[in-house]
Design a protein around this ligand. Structure first.
Ligand SMILES: [Zn+2]
Length: 231
């Protein structure tokens, strides 16, 4: 019975569906948690971009710029130009959620500028992962349809590189949130009760990265089983 499911790729297919549903849940959760805590103003009333500037200055990172980007939850740190980009819902907001997000992005800037190894490795890995992400399906499909196992294997290896990149992203994300909560506490940027909200937002965001990795890992398993079935 199990053999039937396994050989038909049914098991892997179900795993993909379950992980995709989990990823939707994680996305829904981060949106709803952020919505809640972006409505809770901090007692300091300091806008998130000012908080970000303060934290960066406290680390002596005067060279890192804080800029405004459009979009919702599109906040990020860009190592190419050493910029902390805060989105519409974050930049001017003095909310507990916005300050949490801003401190997290500054956490990435601190990682990069203090040569934290995982973020440096991740930055080197970006073009490889991009190439893998764009090209795996071409190799895989050509290999499957024309019947060239070598191409199928190349497709799978390229996809595995994408999964590896997502795996490398996890320590970077968890560490940035840990740094964020530490600096918020050390510099009294939020009260103890307010920190609970910021922590919830960052945990919800972390879950989306875990879910993304799970989707890709399930997909990788499915590709491997599909390629085996041919033989
Ligand atoms: Zn991050």
């Amino acid at each position: 019975m199990f053999d039937f499911f396994f050989n038909n790729g049914f098991f892997a297919y179900m795993l993909v569906i379950v992980t995709v549903l989990f990823a939707y849940f994680a996305q829904w959760r981060v949106n709803s948690v952020f919505k809640k805590y972006s409505g809770v103003s901090s007692r300091s009333q300091t806008p998130a971009n000012v908080v970000a500037r303060q934290i960066l200055d406290s680390y002596g990172l005067y060279n890192v710029e804080v800029v405004h980007v459009s979009g919702k939850l599109s906040d990020h740190y860009d190592p190419r130009n050493n910029v902390v980009a805060l989105s519409d819902s974050t930049f001017f907001s003095p909310s507990v959620g916005a300050i949490g997000v801003a401190a997290h992005e500054v956490g990435h800037a601190v990682q990069y500028n203090t040569n934290y190894l995982p973020i440096r490795l991740r930055a080197i890995f970006v073009p490889v992962a991009q190439f893998g992400s764009n090209s795996w399906i071409i190799f895989f499909l050509i290999g499957m349809f024309v019947g060239w196992p070598f191409f199928v294997d190349i497709g799978i290896v390229l996809f595995a590189l994408v999964v590896l990149f997502q795996l490398l992203t996890l320590p970077v994300e968890f560490n940035a949130s840990r740094r964020a909560m530490q600096v918020i506490e050390d510099q009294f940027l939020l009260g103890a009760d307010e920190q609970v909200g910021a922590r919830k937002v960052l945990s919800a965001a972390a879950l989306t990265y875990v879910a993304g990795l799970m989707v890709s890992a399930a997909q990788l398993l499915r590709l491997i089983l599909m390629s085996r079935r041919r033989d």
